[in-house]
Design a protein around this ligand. Structure first.
Ligand code: GCW
Length: 689
């Protein structure tokens, strides 16, 4: 536990700074970010006996590591050719060059943010930064301009959704009892953890903006400014979720019509007020006309009308609108087979491509439904070349075990980011490239999994998801297993035993495949949901089957799945470009893991894997539950070995007990359900209740 905050140090324990803090370090540069770098190094030097200086005077003697801005002639070594390392592209506000020449390491950047990211690069390198021969200068730049975490935090405990909507790590780190929580050291520790992964934007309140939160925009702005002051030294810009009906809710006007002159003037004034309090404010996040939130539809206006009005208010100050594309009919009649929720975002937004202002970012969930364990990539991402798009992921584990189950999500995200909407031919760009595009990209966003829990994330191993998200936003082609190693090295690097190998192999065994294990014991073959309605934890196969939410599996005695084909179904497959529109259309060509998302097939349908759908359901559910047991046994072997802190070990062990129990519940409910529906026995004669 960190002594200043009383919470777990996560991936920045003092030991992670050992190498840095035991050398002679020069930190140049002015402004709050350079001061942050200096303070980080100074603290590490106090801990580990190194020395930090601000000016390269001869008396201070030689340095082992130099942080300097490229314009800083006195500190800049002629030996490092920054421009050659950077190549044709500028380093940018956040990029840096790292090199080692003649035994001295250099972190050089055009702006202080680059020094900050370079600092954490050196921290990740650990002792190896200072060992060996010369390292040629190499440029490091973030792939995504915006790397953002959204909090779904309420100011007070909501009667249904709690303090943090879909939060599984206690209360909010920002708010309590309707006002600021007041624990700024913890907020600072959080900002620091995020900066170390590369995050540069945070939104501090729920996208479902209730009354108290609506006031953050105006009379409660001071509370937001206070948080912005804490995030600023770590290069993180604050964003606010705003209520589209603010002009009405805050009592000033009788309409929130985006084309009304008074409404526009109201927002312009509100934005000016925000920038007066927070000059580097990032912008607004908006959930409009979605799940009951107000929006432009009430006034017969379009999403573009609504978003552009807010964009106009923010534009003079350089702010952006993150307008969410999560729009669908949540009051659907389940009897109506023609409405398909998966179609909704594309149907609403694709026709408006080109209509959004330059400072509007359309924030699109990675899949067409809602953060399920397995979904195809949203077709919206390829459908709007003239709109800036951000891809939204969910670090909080709403549908993936709610931080009671180990579910390392980086492999899933990596698959999303590497998906090529146009296949391998022609314009073979992947999702990451689209989100990162300098002109049309809006970056990568995720819903945070953090709360006021002493381990930040409830499940200590869920910290790895937060870490990996930030790193993937910086470098989307990172290998998820390598990111796990980074996280292990930083978090558990300084083991009392001195040998991280047994812990490392255990963590890989438990975590690497945990997302697929989770998939095996939950909803099969991409069909999704089957969770308990409302809170979304644990199995309930028909829980959403006869509800208005548009989340159905259509299982009957003969088969299961949603027919989303053009030929006989909802036509959703037509929202994809080639080749996927053809691949998904065909039950023969569709990848097994998405078969039931796209097709309704008989239980006897044979998968590419060679087994039938019904046998696949039995096999995966038996296997998934066994894998959960194996994860628990593997973790138990660490007990008492001194490789991890005893309290942390116990916390994980307890959660693994729950994971095993829940996985068995999933196995039994799903298998029993399909045995009863289909009447087809398990080919291996295993017990199905
Ligand atoms: O995943 C769903 C959640 C809602 C959430 C919504 C959204 C904030 O169940 O709780 O609301 O998505 O993304 O807006």
């Amino acid at each position: 536990m960190d002594t200043a905050t009383g919470v777990h140090a996560a991936w920045l324990p003092p030991e992670a700074f050992r190498a840095l803090g035991s050398h002679r370090v020069l930190v140049r540069g002015d402004g709050p970010l350079a001061v942050t770098v200096y303070e980080e190094v100074a603290r590490a030097c106090v801990d580990y006996g190194g020395r930090v200086g601000r000016s390269p005077d001869a008396e201070a003697g030689p340095y082992d590591l130099v942080f300097a801005l490229t314009g800083d002639v006195p500190a800049l070594p002629a030996v490092v050719d920054v421009r050659a390392a950077a190549g044709a592209e500028p380093l940018g506000e956040e990029g840096f060059v790292f090199a080692r020449v003649g035994g001295v390491c250099f972190v050089l950047a055009d702006a202080a943010a680059g020094l900050l990211y370079g600092l954490f690069h050196v921290v990740r390198l650990g002792g190896s930064a200072f060992e060996g021969g010369d390292v040629p200068a190499a440029a490091h730049r973030p792939a995504m301009r915006t790397r953002m975490l959204d909090h779904w935090d309420n100011l007070e405990v909501h009667p249904v959704m709690g303090h943090v909507e879909r939060g599984y790590a206690g209360g909010s780190v920002f708010w309590r009892d309707g006002g600021p929580r007041g624990d700024l050291p913890r907020v600072r520790a959080y900002a620091r953890l995020l900066a170390a992964t590369g995050i540069n934007a945070v939104s501090v309140n729920n996208v479902n903006v209730h009354t108290a939160e609506t006031h953050l925009l105006t009379d409660r702005l001071g509370d937001v400014a206070e948080l912005a002051d804490v995030f600023r030294p770590y290069g993180i810009r604050l964003h606010l979720s705003v209520n589209f009906a603010s002009p009405v809710v805050l009592g000033a006007l009788t309409t929130a019509d985006p084309l009304d002159g008074e409404v526009r003037a109201w927002w312009a004034k509100a934005a000016a007020g925000v920038y007066q309090a927070i000059p580097d404010f990032g912008g607004f996040v908006v959930k409009a006309d979605s799940e009951g939130q107000p929006g432009p539809f009430s006034y017969g206006r379009s999403h573009a009308d609504g978003a552009n009005m807010l964009a106009e208010a923010l534009a003079p100050f350089g702010g952006e609108v993150h307008w969410r594309a999560f729009v669908y009919n949540h009051q659907q009649d389940w009897r109506d087979r023609s409405t398909d929720r998966a179609r909704a975002a594309y149907d609403h937004f694709a026709p408006q491509d080109g209509e959004f202002a330059a400072n509007v970012v359309l924030q699109v969930k990675h899949g067409p439904m809602d953060f399920q364990t397995r979904e195809p990539v949203s077709p919206v991402i390829a459908a709007m070349p003239r709109t800036r798009l951000a891809v939204e992921l969910q670090v909080t584990q709403e549908y993936t075990g709610q931080q009671r189950h180990v579910c390392y999500l980086a492999p899933m995200w990596s698959g999303v980011l590497g998906f090529r909407p146009w296949g391998d031919g022609g314009e073979a760009r992947d999702v990451a490239a689209l989100a990162a595009d300098p002109a049309a990209g809006g970056g990568l966003v995720a819903v945070s999994n953090v709360g006021d829990d002493p381990y930040w994330t409830g499940h200590p191993l869920a910290q790895a998801n937060l870490y990996a998200f930030g790193r993937l936003a910086w470098a989307p082609d990172s290998d998820p297993a390598a990111l796990l190693d980074e996280w292990i090295d930083l978090t558990f690097g300084a083991l009392p035993s001195g040998d991280p190998a047994p812990l490392r192999s255990t963590l890989h065994a438990v975590m690497d495949g945990s997302w697929q294990t989770y998939e095996r014991y939950t909803a099969p073959l991409g069909v999704g949901f089957m969770v308990r309605p409302g809170h979304h934890y644990g199995p309930d196969v028909d829980g959403y089957e006869y509800t208005p939410w548009g989340t159905y599996h259509y299982a009957d005695r003969d088969g299961i799945g949603v027919d989303r084909t053009r030929a006989t179904g909802t036509g959703y497959t037509g929202q994809y470009p080639q080749p996927w529109s053809e691949v998904y259309e065909s039950a023969e060509r569709c990848p097994d893991e998405l078969l039931l998302f796209f097709h309704h097939v008989p239980y006897g349908h044979v998968l590419h894997s060679g087994t039938t759908v019904i046998q696949h359901i039995y096999d995966t559910h038996f296997a998934g539950a066994l894998e959960a047991e194996a994860m628990r046994s593997r973790w138990a072997e660490l007990a008492g070995g001194g490789l991890v802190d005893a309290a942390l070990h116990t916390r994980v062990a307890e959660r693994l007990d729950e994971q095993v129990r829940c996985a068995q519940e999933w196995r039994d409910q799903v298998n029993a359900y399909f045995l009863r529906k289909s009447g087809v026995p398990d080919a291996h004669g295993r017990h199905i209740p």
